[in-house]
Design a protein around this ligand. Structure first.
Ligand code: ARG
Length: 585
């Protein structure tokens, strides 16, 4: 099925061609949903945009377009307003027919993409031996949602975890491991290492205080890079211990990722240097191999170098990303690569891409996208920290959200005198807690900072996960009360839209594919959140104002189909945000 707006666009293009000649058929009809329902459902501003080109008044242009516009089965006769807006109102019969068709479709009218692309989503990417912080939480939640949307569209998605598992810090960590935990090395038991954050801090302290330790650390890096067995074993143990900690978070959040850390690209780095050399881009500067960047300068206005290989022969974060991009295009055949990191890395990616482009690695058809996001702030507006000023452990943060969701639920049960099993309580608390955290993050425009507030994210009212989950539960309540099996509702049941609230809900339900397409394009999951929030509000108005189970047939069945469609849309939409629904809560 083609979305309504897409169909209207095609009709406009035809009308523009017929009115002003074939050249105009390629004009963007500038068709948008009407800002105010009193103007109808859609509005085209194309007449205003053509005044110069056609040398006519916009109203006259609008009239000419409307004369040619063939939309009878979709819209009421178009009207012209103001300077030359063309307003369109969808016909009720058309809406009824569209709803019937999406109700009968598993995918709710969202057709799979015709030519799937190979898309890499690079997200999460914590750093080995360091605790995953809230920035990684954002990357994980946003990246997962983007991957889910693209997967649902039918894209061929590769979810990559570019873990920071390589670099000079491992010299220090290995040396500390060998001195402080020799037993762990012998038994190769990652768990014997315990909490890696403490481990990291202790290693760092030792490094800062002890010169002999520093020297040993430097040697350890060299040993690791030359493939020394003991050094590798220690490194693997550290990676393994980190992996256990990350996996716990991924399990809790239901995140799938393929690990391809920085170390993976290590053997490919000399090839990168060679390629850049051949492309004539490499310049030696104070012993380091660099590429001088175009459009990036230092304070003195001199061109900035991107260091590919340091004077000691070592490589850095940027070099690894060069190897990664080359590999992803040459071996993975990526058509689109999406990097989900904090906004602070925008320059890093712009520089890496520039070098990769100049080296000729990036075909014109490949799209590189940075998906930046802002900081998570505490309720005081400052950086998100524990009371004692420590970084918040993700595990603790999620546990706290679940515990609070549980306390809220238990209070509600008590108030309503409801008895529920421990299993029910634990599951509901878990789903609400996790989805509240995810939704609070996703519902913000990701480029801005947001304030982390348990109270706000867990509220039953407002643009929150619990509000949305509750709308879904309300529909399931109808099915229980009326003993209705939605799945068996006649898929050919007639849909009748008589009341304003029905029409409003119906029109919103039909916008799902447009929203998904938009998110797949612009990668802003908050648009999907906003859509679902409005859907819940519109459903609640419909539910509050109109009888459903008490209505007479055929209205009753028609309204039940609207209920079911709302629930299915919520369930699908939330699943694309990585949020699971509940039948009861
Ligand atoms: N490990 C990095 C960090 O913690 C993120 C890596 C993002 N991906 C990449 N290809 N550079 O900020």
């Amino acid at each position: 099925m083609n979305s309504t707006i897409a169909q209207l666009r095609t009709r406009f293009e035809a009308a523009l061609g017929a009115a002003f000649g074939e050249d105009f058929a390629a004009t963007d009809p500038i068709l948008v949903p009407a800002s105010n329902p009193k103007f109808g459902d859609f509005q085209s501003n194309v007449a205003m945009s053509l005044t110069k080109k056609l040398g006519k008044a916009p109203r006259a242009i609008a009239e000419q377009i409307v004369q040619q516009l063939q939309v009878e089965e979709i819209c009421e006769p178009p009207t012209i307003a103001g300077p030359g807006f063309i307003n369109l109102t969808l016909k009720t019969a058309y809406l009824e027919e569209q709803l019937r068709s999406i109700a009968a479709d598993e995918r709710l009218g969202v057709a799979p993409i015709k030519q799937p692309q190979r898309v890499i989503v690079d997200f999460s990417a914590p750093n080995t031996a360091k605790e995953m912080h809230v920035g990684h939480l954002r990357s994980t939640i946003i990246g997962d949602s983007i991957a889910r949307v693209l997967e649902f569209q039918g894209q061929d998605v590769l979810r990559l975890n570019h873990i920071g598992d390589w670099g000079t810090q491992f010299g220090m960590l290995i040396t500390y491991l060998q001195t402080a935990f020799p037993d762990a090395l012998i038994t190769a038991n990652a768990l014997a290492l315990g909490d890696l954050t403490t481990f990291y801090k202790q290693a760092k302290q030792r490094f800062d205080e002890d010169e002999a330790f520093r020297d040993a650390s430097r040697l350890a890096v060299v040993r690791l890079q030359s493939g020394d067995e003991d050094a590798l074993k220690a490194w693997q143990l550290l990676c393994e211990q980190s992996r256990i900690a990350y996996q716990e978070i991924y399990d809790l959040l239901d995140i799938q990722l393929v690990e391809r850390g920085e170390s993976f690209y290590n053997p490919l780095l000399p090839g990168v240097v060679e390629d850049l050399e051949k492309a004539g881009l490499l310049v030696e500067d104070q012993g380091a191999q660099c590429v001088f960047l175009e459009g990036f300068t230092n304070k003195e206005g001199e061109p900035l170098p991107l260091i590919v290989q340091k004077s000691d022969g070592g490589y850095n974060y940027a070099a690894t990303d060069l190897a990664a991009i080359r590999y992803r295009i040459q071996q993975d055949h990526a058509d689109r690569i999406i990097y989900v990191t904090d906004a602070g890395q925008a320059n890093h990616f712009a520089q890496v891409w520039q070098v990769a482009r100049r080296a000729g690695w990036i075909p014109d058809t490949v799209e590189l996208v940075h998906v930046p996001f802002g900081f998570v702030q505490g309720e005081d507006g400052k950086k998100f920290k524990t009371r004692s000023g420590e970084t918040v452990r993700l595990r603790d943060l999620l546990d706290e959200a679940i515990a609070r969701a549980r306390a809220d639920l238990e209070a509600r049960l008590k108030e309503d005198n409801r008895q529920e099993s421990e299993e029910f309580i634990a599951n509901v608390a878990n789903v609400i807690g996790i989805s509240a955290v995810k939704y609070a993050d996703l519902s913000q425009n990701r480029t801005s900072n947001y304030i982390f507030s348990y109270d706000r994210m867990l509220a039953l009212q407002g643009n929150t996960a619990p509000y949305m989950l509750y709308a879904y539960v309300r529909v399931q309540g109808i099915s229980r009360k009326g003993q209705i099996d939605f799945k068996r509702l006649d898929s050919d049941a007639q849909i009748l839209l008589k009341e304003e609230t029905e029409l409003v809900l119906a029109k919103h339900l039909l916008q799902l594919d447009e929203v998904i397409e938009q998110v797949g394009q612009d990668l802003f999951p908050n648009r999907l959140c906003q859509y679902l929030f409005e859907l819940s509000q519109k459903y609640n108005q419909f539910y509050d104002r109109l009888p459903i189970l008490q209505a007479a047939e055929p209205i009753r069945t028609s309204r039940l189909v609207l209920c079911d469609l709302t629930a299915r849309t919520l369930k699908l939409g939330l699943s694309l945000l990585g949020i699971q629904v509940l039948e009861r809560m």
